[in-house]
Every structure is written in C-alpha cells, then in structure tokens.
Design a protein around this ligand. Structure first.
Ligand SMILES: Nc1ncnc2c1ncn2[C@@H]1O[C@H](COP(=O)(O)OP(=O)(O)O)[C@@H](O)[C@H]1O
Ligand SMILES: Nc1ccn([C@@H]2O[C@H](COP(=O)(O)OP(=O)(O)O)[C@@H](O)[C@H]2O)c(=O)n1
Length: 229
C-alpha cells in the first residue's frame, strides 16, 4: 500500500458544540476540504421522512438507501449538500429533521452506507470532517483528533439563537430537549456511539470565542506538522 500523504483532521463531540464552526474555519485557513458528516445523516433522514419509510423495517430501509445519492457541491465559499441532485442544505437543519435524525443515525445499515462514503470522500485528500464517530470509526488513524464540548445550557442558547436567525419557530425548551435527546441516543446506541477517542484533544468552548478556539486548533496542527517534519 502506498504511504499516506494526506492530513486528516477528525472533530467529534456533542450537538451544537461548535464542531462545524471550527471545521469550516480550519478548512478555510488550511485550504483543506470540509465534510460535515452530520449533514449526510440529516439528508438520509429527510429522504426517509419524505418517503414515509418505516425505520424499523430493514428491507424498506435498505431499499431506500439504494435510491439515495448524496453530494457535496461547492458554491462560492459555501458547500451545498445535494440529495438526489437537489440542494437540501437549509431543509435538513429544520427542527422536524433534527427530531428524527438520531433514530435514523442509529440504524446499522445507514451507518455502514454513510461511513463507506465518508471514507471514500477522505481518501487521498487533506480533509476536516466533523461528526460523532470520525476519530473512533471513520478515521481511527486521523492525524489530529478533537473532541469538542461545552456547557449544555450554552449550547442550547447558541442553537436557539441560530435557529431564530433562520426564521425557525421554536422555543428554548424545544431546542434544549432536542439536544439532550440526541446526545443521549448518540452516546448510547450500539453502532459506533459518540465517545471521545483516547488520543483526542478535548476542547471545552463554553468560554472561548470562535477566534480563540480556532487559534488553539491551529497551534496544535502546527505542532504536529513540526513534529512530523
Ligand atoms: N466559541 C463559540 N462562541 C459562541 N458561539 C459559537 C462558538 N462556536 C460555535 N458557536 C455557535 O454555536 C452554534 C453551534 O455551532 P456548530 O458549529 O453548528 O456546532 P456543531 O457543529 O457542533 O453542531 C452556532 O450557532 C455557532 O455559530
Ligand atoms: N458522524 C456522525 C454525524 C452525525 N450523526 C448523527 O447526525 C445527527 C446530526 O448531526 P449534526 O452534526 O448535524 O448535528 P448538530 O450537532 O450540528 O446539531 C447527530 O445528532 C447524530 O445522530 C452521527 O450519528 N454520526
């Protein structure tokens, strides 16, 4: 097998901890490809909801998965996520998708299909991928692993403000309940549950600005590059 030459940054953690925010900023700064693995589970969930798929029927799930094509499509400085050729970037962030996504992401067939795609997307490219199992299952040999966390109330507040800005009609209680519901399912499911990789750098950003958290990660990246030089 040829020697690995790409650099993989894996970012995992609870819901609304700033994973995508750091991942996007890092990718921009380092000129890496950013892949939001959560968006893939959200796109699958959207498809299942649109087609009224019974999540407990494995035959239905398998058949639906075979009809799903997910693509990341660059558009200016953003990346859109396309489900069977249509941009669903905004739709997948809505609460009705958030309410079902962890149930869908716990299905083994769904995980097997998504992990295979994620590994292909990350092969031979410099990437930053964020999710729940990136440093443990998708890229256990990642060059840099981060595990992000923050105070649950701060996370709920941040997500609530974000959803309000997008015009979503929701309450703090709903957001708080959704985050804790997802965190519980994500960390207790049988298939690659959310857990901190032993070699991950833990970042609690409860009291860090976006700039401070980015600088911390860049410093760690530079230290690793220097070590490997
Ligand atoms: N250090 C920070 N300080 C304040 N708000 C932040 C910080 N990092 C991220 N955010 C905000 O918190 C919310 C959740 O961040 P996001 O990156 O979507 O989290 P995740 O990908 O972990 O779900 C977003 O509205 C984002 O702008
Ligand atoms: N690698 C991943 C990424 C997301 N997910 C699932 O997808 C959901 C949505 O992920 P997300 O990253 O978009 O969630 P937010 O934290 O951004 O709200 C999570 O709650 C998990 O159930 C997963 O199981 N594995």
């Amino acid at each position: 097998m040829p020697a690995k030459t790409n650099f993989v940054i894996a970012i995992d953690g609870f819901s609304s901890c700033g994973k995508s925010t750091v991942a996007k900023a890092l990718a921009k700064e380092l000129n890496f490809v950013f892949i939001d693995s959560g968006a893939m589970y959200r796109a699958v969930t959207l498809y299942f909801l649109r087609k009224n798929i019974d999540f407990s029927n494995l035959k239905e799930v398998d058949s639906a998965l075979s009809k799903i094509q997910i693509d990341f499509v660059p558009n200016g400085s953003n990346t859109e996520i396309h489900l069977n050729g249509t941009d669903v970037s905004a739709e997948i962030r809505q609460m009705y998708v958030s309410e079902q996504v962890s149930e869908v992401a716990a299905i083994k067939a769904v995980r097997v299909a998504m992990v295979a795609q994620q590994q292909l997307l990350g092969a031979r490219r410099n990437i930053v991928m964020d999710g729940r199992d990136i440093g443990t299952t998708v890229f256990p040999d990642a060059d840099l692993k981060l595990f992000m966390t923050a105070d649950p109330e701060i996370r709920a507040q941040r997500r609530f403000i974000e959803l309000q800005a997008k015009g979503e009609h929701t309450t703090m209680e709903e957001v708080r309940a959704n985050l804790s519901h997802r965190d519980l399912i994500d960390s207790t499911r049988e298939e690659s549950p959310l857990r901190q990789a032993d070699d991950a750098l833990v970042i609690d950003n409860s009291n860090l600005s976006q700039e401070e958290q980015l600088n911390l990660v860049i410093a760690k990246y530079q230290a690793i590059k220097l070590q490997n030089a």
